[in-house]
Design a binder for this molecule. Structure first.
Ligand code: IVH
Length: 704
């Protein structure tokens, strides 16, 4: 039925129609976001929304409390829904000079077992300085767009992606399931015009095109994204129902044929020399491109090789980003502040006379640590020819991509008279405790632990952060407030807030910035997090060197909190079976293991963890799917030369099947795979009566 013209509607008609539209649009939103099964076309959705707005404009007093115009875009108003990536979205490891590229080529050859003369080709393409996006097509239709997020889970920005011209809504001749990945970016021209528009409206301007692109894509209101000129280059893929091609270059050509923009500076290179030539060519063109790039990405061209090589915890083994040198500027060092971090590290921060570096105004920069200021590296060797850095000095600042700017050099010819070397504090500026440097640690640390307010606050900010407990309503600001008032001194206190201060909500709701509703919401949000996955708990502990992906690795390896805790205690002597087992985890090195075990066995820390755990219901982690694996839980040692795969490949495969790979043979070893040239390990295995297999025997056992 055709709509009646809005200016002929009676008040009664209008009221009814607004009610109907509110229902229809809410249902459409649910279908679209929650079920990912749109019931309306975009055009129909837009038409209904527009009609609703027209009726509301004529009858403002009839506007409903659940009016669709108040629902931001098509997304839920409290943020984007989450999307779990079927295939993780990876980042890239970095290379900074020519030698790193030669090393990369050697490591690829070593992994694949190729000789120096065997052909091995790479694709090379610009590294776009934007943000990555994964587009899911089912039967040729765009059904979902998600940001990278933490790699495992991103944000559902489908409505926004649909507004980007470079992103086709439909594909002809695509695999049934196709996830196309690439970079969303903004051109220089569009960026300048956007900032000019923002300034004219008194809105905030963006620091650089990357921030503008990110801010525009992550708009809850898709109509704002629609007005922002975003673009998209496709360079990779996630889940596929069938392979796209046999090589990277062909796969990119296929994406192009399907209608995606692919970068025209993509080339196929025959080894490091050609890769470096292409790098220089792109570098020379960088200033003339209308978009930001921050390096060149090389990828092993053969997709069969790529899949053999697989991934480290967050990066593919078969690709590397060769970054361009950083951007520089000179300015005056006006002061040095000392910040105290979560692990007690005293970090010197340079306060600078503001200066523009690569288009961004910089007024703070890191000075790393006390040796760096004094002109020494960690081993006591001179850096900057031994020149120290003093307040008042003229210093060189550099930044590369998004990283924190650094003070790199100092101009002695401009040093003012009467300066003295910087005296690095020997006590914590926050709590007065001794600040100690342990042997082998470049960093001086406050020894105050949780009595140091700076450490306690930083630790708790980390604890509530997104990848950790992620408690809604309890962010950095609230943590500081509650800490200052003595309400929370350690993580366990968060879970006692309600019983201690929440009776009748009197105390909390009377505080500034809190009302009954927000207080109740906070307590509910805290209660919700009592049940929490193991990986998040490990990460939340804030142990030095144990990041998010390592925490998840540990969680998958140990399965349950009890196993994890027991292992950490048993590994305390830093030798023996539990220690070896910890080190056998792919992705856990000695430094991390050391930090983990010492922290978990430190008395005060342990007591605090125990108090926390008493409040939690920690969910076991899913172990890798090893249902049919004949070697799950087995301890395997590889020795001698392997001929069909490299050592790294063998280890990665065994681990994927749930086996633990160890470097030494003991009575606990289950299987020893001995290739030609195996020596004492094989002998020991035979003496102990262990199962010894040759490479073929092993492959047969695992059904490869
Ligand atoms: S490939 C598994 N190619 O750089 C392969 N990434 O530092 C993953 N990026 O997260 C990425 N240009 O957002 C690839 N030509 C390119 C790229 C590129 C930019 C971004 C991407 C990635 C980040 C890693």
């Amino acid at each position: 039925m055709a709509d009646k013209a809005v200016d002929t509607l009676s008040e009664e008609d209008a009221r009814d129609e607004l009610a109907g539209l509110a229902d229809k649009l809410a249902a459409a939103n649910r279908a679209y976001h929650t079920n990912d099964a749109p019931e309306l076309t975009d055009a129909e959705y837009d038409r209904l929304k527009q009609r609703n707005a027209q009726i509301e404009a004529r009858f403002p007093h009839l506007k409903r409390s659940d009016s669709p115009t108040e629902q931001v875009g098509a997304a839920p108003s409290d943020g984007f829904s989450k999307v779990r990536h079927v295939v993780r979205m990876m980042s890239l490891s970095n290379a900074f000079d020519d030698a790193d590229i030669a090393d990369f080529d050697s490591s690829v050859r070593r992994y694949l077992g190729l000789g120096t003369d065997d052909p091995l080709r790479y694709s090379a393409e610009p590294k776009i300085d934007g943000l990555s996006l994964s587009l899911r097509y089912e039967n040729g239709r765009l059904v979902q767009a998600a940001t990278r997020g933490d790699g495992a889970e991103g944000e559902n920005v489908t409505a926004n992606a649909r507004t980007i011209d470079d992103i086709p809504a439909r594909l002809q001749g695509a695999p049934e399931i196709l996830e196309v990945r690439g970079e969303v970016y903004m051109s220089h021209e569009d960026f300048a015009a956007l900032n000019a528009r923002q300034a004219a409206r008194g809105g905030k301007s963006f620091a650089n095109p990357r921030n503008a692109a990110a801010g525009s894509l992550r708009q809850l209101d898709a109509s704002i994204t629609r007005d922002r000129p975003l673009r998209f280059f496709a360079y990779s893929w996630g889940e596929l129902s069938e392979p796209l091609a046999e090589t990277q270059i062909e796969a990119i050509a296929r994406l192009k044929a399907l209608g995606f923009q692919v970068n025209p500076l993509t080339a196929l290179c025959d080894g490091p020399q050609e890769m470096l030539e292409h790098y220089r060519k792109i570098e020379a063109q960088r200033a003339t491109l209308d978009y930001d790039i921050d390096g060149v990405v090389y990828k092993v061209n053969d997709l069969g090789f790529q899949s053999r090589m697989g991934f480290r915890s967050t990066t593919p083994r078969w690709a590397i980003a060769h970054k361009f040198p950083a951007e520089l500027a000179w300015t005056r060092l006006e002061g040095i502040d000392i910040q105290v971090g979560r692990t007690g590290a005293l970090s010197p921060v340079a306060r600078l006379l503001p200066v523009t570096v690569g288009g961004v105004v910089v007024s703070n920069a890191t000075l790393h640590n006390e040796d760096y200021i004094a002109g020494r590296d960690n081993e006591g060797n001179a850096i900057r020819e031994g020149k120290d850095i003093r307040v008042g000095d003229w210093v060189q600042v550099y930044r590369a991509g998004d990283v924190i700017p650094k003070v790199a050099d100092v101009d002695l010819s401009k040093r003012p008279e009467g300066t003295t070397p910087f005296g690095f504090p020997q006590t914590c500026p926050e709590c007065g405790s001794d600040a100690i440097r342990e042997a082998g640690d470049a960093v001086r640390r406050c020894s105050g632990g949780m009595i140091c307010p700076a450490q306690a606050i930083e630790k708790m900010k980390h604890f509530v952060s997104r990848a950790a407990f992620d408690i809604e309503g309890l962010g950095a600001k609230q943590v500081e407030q509650f800490h200052t008032d003595g309400w929370i001194k350690e993580p366990a206190d968060i879970f006692e807030l309600k019983s201690r201060y929440g009776s009748g909500l009197q105390q909390l709701k009377n505080r500034e910035g809190w009302g009954e509703k927000s207080a109740t919401k906070l307590f509910d949000a805290i209660d919700e997090r009592r049940r929490i996955p193991l990986g998040r708990v490990i990460f939340a502990l804030g142990i030095r060197h144990v990041g998010e992906s390592a925490s998840n690795l540990l969680a998958r390896h140990y399965g349950s909190w009890n196993n994890f805790e027991r292992a950490a205690v048993e590994a305390a002597p830093m030798e023996g079976a539990a220690w070896d087992d910890l080190l056998s985890i792919d992705g856990v090195g000695a430094v991390m293991a050391h930090s983990l075990v010492s922290s978990m066995n430190q008395e005060a820390e342990r007591a605090s963890i125990d108090r926390l755990v008493a409040h939690l219901d920690i969910q076991d982690a899913e172990r890798p799917n090893t249902d049919d694996s004949p070697v799950v839980g087995k301890i395997v040692v590889f020795t001698g030369t392997l001929e069909k795969m490299t050592r790294a490949e063998a280890k990665a495969r065994a681990e994927a099947l749930g086996a633990k790979v160890s470097g030494s043979v003991s009575a606990r070893t289950d299987i020893v795979v001995a290739g030609p040239g195996a020596g004492s390990k094989e002998k020991k295995a035979r003496d102990l009566g262990l199962m010894v297999l040759d490479e073929d025997g092993w492959l047969e056992l695992i059904g490869a």
